[in-house]
Design a protein around this ligand. Structure first.
Ligand SMILES: [Zn+2]
Length: 147
C-alpha cells in the first residue's frame, strides 16, 4: 500500500486531509463519497478509499468489498433522488490504458437515462476481436490458474 508523503499533491488525499473544498456525501473510516467535479450526469459521485493506492491491486480487499456495498446504497439513493436516473453505471478505470486519469484508485457511480448521450463507443465489427470456443477455453484456463 502506498503511503502519502506530507507534501503530496494527490487531490483525493488533499480532500481527505481537509485541504481542498469538496461536496461530501458520506465519510467514514474506510471511504469518502464525494460529488464528481466533472459529472457525466447530475448525481455523479466518486467512492474513494481513504488509504491512498494508485491501483486497485493495492486496495485492501475488505475495503473494495465495502466500496461495492456503498455503491449499492448510493445506487438506491440516486434512484430515489430528484436527479434523472433510469439506470446507474459503476465504472473503475485501473491504469492509464484503461482511462484512469487520477491515480488514487476510485469508483465512479453515476445515474443514466435514455438519450443522455453518454456511452462507451462501439462500432460493431470494428472494436471487438473475433474469438472462438478454443480460444475462450484457453483464456479461462490461464486466468483460472492465476487466481
Ligand atoms: Zn492520495
Amino acid at each position: 500500500m502506498t503511503q502519502d508523503k506530507p507534501d503530496n499533491k494527490c487531490p483525493f488525499c488533499r480532500i481527505r486531509d481537509g485541504k481542498l473544498p469538496v461536496s461530501m456525501i458520506h465519510e467514514d473510516e474506510l471511504v469518502m463519497i464525494i460529488v464528481d467535479l466533472n459529472p457525466i450526469n447530475e448525481g455523479h459521485l466518486l467512492i474513494i478509499p481513504k488509504v491512498h493506492s494508485p491501483e486497485m491491486a493495492g486496495v485492501a480487499p475488505d475495503t473494495l468489498a465495502y466500496m461495492m456495498r456503498m455503491a449499492q446504497r448510493m445506487n438506491k439513493a440516486l434512484r430515489k433522488s430528484s436527479y434523472r436516473c433510469e439506470g446507474v453505471n459503476l465504472f473503475m478505470a485501473d491504469g492509464e490504458a484503461a482511462g484512469q486519469e487520477v491515480f488514487p484508485c476510485h469508483l465512479h457511480v453515476y445515474p443514466r437515462f435514455k438519450g443522455d448521450g453518454f456511452g462507451f463507443r462501439h462500432v460493431k465489427g470494428q472494436h471487438f476481436i473475433r474469438t472462438d470456443r478454443e480460444r475462450m477455453d484457453a483464456i479461462a484456463l490461464e486466468l483460472r490458474e492465476l487466481l
